[in-house]
Design a protein around this ligand. Structure first.
Ligand code: NDP
Ligand code: OXD
Length: 313
């Protein structure tokens, strides 16, 4: 008899995962919600992206829920409705770290070198060189110095930017000036040209990108949010941009995805929108990593990259 694993992936992210999982784990039957049947007592594992609680609750014997991405907020927020025994695991993938680092470099360079301005000048056939700060004097701060934040910070440092980081613990990261917790937030923000958010979404970080925080950034700073849409208070960002305090924002993630047509971010002259692509999961490496984790689980070994239920990341 094949082992059964619950598979749920919301439509926008179903990139043919099962075509890769099935040959890698031939002894496993991946079952979608509609094919679960009435007896699910043999199922202990689910692999998911954005699952509704009702789907996970159809399998009361679940012990491991594995995310098809790096973020787990959409799973952790359901934990109160799931049995205590459920562990949550996530992707920690060097390919994703490289993708996020490249997005970070591209976006920081865009602002640092004022590329918007030269696009506009080209439209007017205007030849007007402008002086820009040296990279070493352009200060980039990364909020959330975990797996991805650390890679992004080090990649930016590697191309010459002045990089600082902020996290709960302030854990040291080589060649990055670190700040910790509430007390460290003001000093961290106060000298930045560019703020990058790479925090996990938890009750402690929801809405953290708000007017009060923007007020602690220097005038003309820019924001890059590649974490989650719910970190951002959208009206506060629009107000800070419109008042001239913030100079720009690049947003990859949104409270409602896809970003609804007609949303002010689409047409705001200071906002750049990308459709949640800064670091897509890389299917082949993700499948290999998840398959190895499931094999560990079935062998009674420790599952890797699990999430702390108390901290929510
Ligand atoms: P990690 O769990 O490795 O890192 C989390 C970091 O945030 C840690 O440094 C942690 O601090 C810090 N942190 C957590 N809570 C707080 C808090 N309340 N105050 C200050 N710091 C805090 O996450 P990853 O780096 O792997 O991923 C980060 C997020 O990026 C994901 O959760 C996801 O939302 C997003 N993401 C977005 C993608 C995209 O395509 N847009 C792709 C992949 C991920 P400490 O070190 O002290 O524990
Ligand atoms: C992730 C994401 O968390 O793509 O992996 O947002």
């Amino acid at each position: 008899m094949k082992r059964r694993v619950l598979y749920f992936c919301d439509h926008g992210r179903d990139w043919g995962w099962l075509d890769h999982f099935q040959p890698r784990l031939p002894g496993v039957e991946f079952v979608r919600e509609e094919d679960l049947g009435s007896d699910t007592s043999d199922i202990e594992v689910a692999i998911v992206w954005n699952p509704p609680l009702s789907v996970l609750q159809k399998v009361p014997t679940l012990k491991l829920v594995h995310s098809l991405g790096a973020g787990v907020d959409a799973i952790v927020r359901l934990m109160d409705g799931l049995p205590d025994q459920v562990q949550v695991a996530r992707l920690v993938d060097p390919v994703m770290a490289q993708r996020m680092s490249l997005y970070g470099i591209a976006t920081v360079v865009h602002y640092h070198r004022g590329l918007d301005r030269f696009d506009a000048q080209q439209g007017r056939q205007e030849w007007k060189p402008a002086f820009r700060l040296d990279a070493a004097d352009y200060r980039v701060g990364v909020m959330g110095m975990g797996y991805l934040g650390t890679h992004v910070a080090q990649a930016l440092g590697g191309v010459g930017y002045h990089v600082s980081g902020w996290s709960r613990s302030g854990r040291g990261v080589e060649r990055v000036q670190m700040f910790a917790g509430e007390d460290g937030l003001g000093p961290f923000l106060s000298e930045l040209h560019c703020l990058i958010c790479l925090l996990p979404l938890t009750p402690g970080t929801r809405g953290i990108l708000n007017g009060e925080l923007f007020g602690r950034l220097p005038k003309d700073a820019v924001l890059i949010n590649v974490a989650r849409g719910e970190h951002l208070v959208e009206e506060d960002l629009l107000a800070s941009l419109d008042s001239g305090h913030l100079a720009g924002a690049t947003l990859d993630v949104f409270r409602h995805e896809p970003l609804p047509k007609g949303h002010p971010f689409w047409s705001h002259p200071k906002v750049r929108v990308t459709p949640h692509i800064s670091s897509l999961s890389n299917v082949p490496t993700a499948v290999e990593q998840i398959a190895q984790n499931l094999e560990r689980f079935w062998a009674g070994e420790t599952v890797q990259n699990t999430v702390d239920r108390v901290h929510g990341y």
